[in-house]
Design a binder for this molecule. Structure first.
Ligand SMILES: [Cu+2]
Length: 198
């Protein structure tokens, strides 16, 4: 008696598993739901970065091989049963995906920093900025340049030439490093500066 009940239950389980496989196959063919990319989802059972029918297969395989693993207990009721696969399938088909971690914050926006040129000085003469930031030199008096290099020797990174009063010169810093610069006519008077890019 017990043997035949077990046999019936086994048949029923096989039928349920077959149905789920078929259902998984069906929406695989009709177009899989792809949740690509940076966010990791609980539904990505096989960890391939996308959520689709292969994850249902992965969960079924996992549950049959390791019924006691927490990974196989998808619905969190403490044990692996076929309902875990059903829940997974429902989540995927219904596009109710569960992010495992909050998405990363967007990168900080690039900043434009202003340095004035007047009275034979750059103000501020030292400035620490981030990679991608822009420095905009503003000529508040006539006859200045911003020229990368030291002691009147250009290093070729940038050279504004003479900037007319009220005009500006901008340079985008795309690499980390320390960038000394000077004003061509006035470096000997101490009109020098340094941009540090971190
Ligand atoms: Cu100058």
């Amino acid at each position: 008696m017990a043997v035949s009940q077990c046999g019936i239950a086994g048949k029923r389980l096989r039928r349920i598993l077959l149905s789920i496989y078929l259902l998984a196959g069906l929406f695989w063919i009709t177009g899989e739901i792809q949740a690509q990319a940076t966010v990791k989802y609980k539904e990505d059972i096989n960890g391939d970065g996308s959520v689709n029918s292969t994850d249902v297969i992965a969960l079924l395989t996992l549950g049959r091989q390791y019924p006691d693993s927490t990974a196989a207990d998808f619905n969190g009721d403490g044990k692996w049963t076929i309902t875990d696969a059903v829940k997974l399938l429902v989540n995927i088909v219904g596009d109710h995906l569960t992010p495992l971690e909050p998405p990363p914050p967007p990168p900080p926006a690039n900043v434009t920093w202003t340095v004035t040129m007047s009275n034979f000085k750059f103000v501020p003469s030292t400035l620490t900025i981030a990679v991608g930031d822009t420095v905009k030199w503003v000529a508040e008096s006539a006859g200045h340049t911003t020229t990368s290099g030291t002691n009147g020797v250009k290093d070729g990174k940038w050279d504004s030439g003479t900037v007319a009063t009220g005009n500006t010169y901008s340079f985008v810093f795309t690499q980390a490093g320390t960038y000394p610069y000077y004003c061509t006519p006035h470096w000997a008077l101490g009109m020098t500066g340094t941009i540090t890019v971190k």
